[in-house]
Design a protein around this ligand. Sequence first.
Ligand code: LLP
Length: 419
Amino acid sequence: MNDFVYKNGRLHAEGVDLATIAEKVGTPVYVYSSSGIERRYREYADALAGTDSMVCYAMKANDNQAVLSLLQKLGAGADTVSEGEIRRALAAGFDPKKIVYSGVGKSAEEMAFALSAGIGEFNVESDHEVDLLADVARQMGKRAKIAVRINPDVDPKTHAKITTGRKGNKFGIDLDQAMDVFKRAAKHGSLEPVGVASHIGSQITNLEPYRAAFARMVDLVKALRVEGIPISVLDVGGGLGVGYTGEEPPKVADYAKIALDAAKDAGCKLVLEPGRRLVAESGVFLTKVLFVKEGSAKTFVIVDGAMNDLIRPTLYEAHHPIVTVAEPKPGAKARPVDVVGPICESGDFFAKDRDLTPVGAGDILAITHAGAYGAVMASSYNARRLAPEVLVRGHQFAVVRPRPSFEDLIGRDRVPDWL
Ligand code: LLP
């Protein structure tokens, strides 16, 4: 089911006309469907019902407090990668015990903060991190539960910039070094090694790489038991893809079954860290057409949103569908255009040679599948204000992150008086 459908000739988010949001809040703007996010979370919850498992939402995908609050209330935990994310998760009411702290570069200060917050699990990724966390925990008189993130060396067949589980990626510990790192961790009285973790990449649309990675994790868990290190958690990371180009990605239930089978085989509780799959399709980015420029070689649809708002097309050559908020007239002929923003770079585009039905100045476009890695990756490049975010439920909508004022933008800087 799609969260965004045409009703009475206009694209709606649930019961709300997107043209109304564009008019009242202004463009560019992100709009999220709360029932869409809820439905996608339930796919995981249903697939895992009755099992010893935990879904920790990878909040880097969309860290709006309203989205976090929604998922927290549905029972999710949080996968975090910085003190800022842990603070956001706590502010949204997540149970600290359901917070996993991942990431390849944690500072001592961040570790101390996470320990004082009482988070459930640190996913550590290097021998030096093991030693540093052990020191910090000892000084605080605490014991940190850790999972060691391994690099299973499988190719997830996704974009190079979001491939994380191959030899040569900076993530995790190579399988042949994992046993030593666990033994090292087990010697520290301030650490309790409880889990084996992995995250092989993002936007994965084939289950085979998962099968291969999980099998290697299970083998490691068994080998660790033989060495007297009792592992009780299998954290399989996230990465399940969505259908940006209309393709049908694997079903959550099929993915969950593979993960559950692995956890059962390993005799472990299962932890999953989905990000994109929970929020991508429940978000659109609305942008207004400023001009249509007919070049001799191409037609450019120049819009008020830009690469600073949604960087995925230029950063990952990502395809995001683009539709008009006004439903195209029956028989309207699409023709290829470049949809571009106002930023002074040729990389500032949302689509190239994309078939679009005729549009003119003032028309609103919806760039879909924008709920994940959209607003979170935005910047104020070209002194553009961050796009606001809106959450819809039924016939209601609310601005859940307002557009900053120009004063917010300029007033953060300080000009030294010696200048
Ligand atoms: N767990 C860990 C340790 C991760 O590093 C990530 C994502 C996830 C879970 C969630 O992965 P997901 O289920 O969302 O695929 N900015 C890129 C994606 C970067 C993903 C980074 N790590 C994009 O826009 O495609």
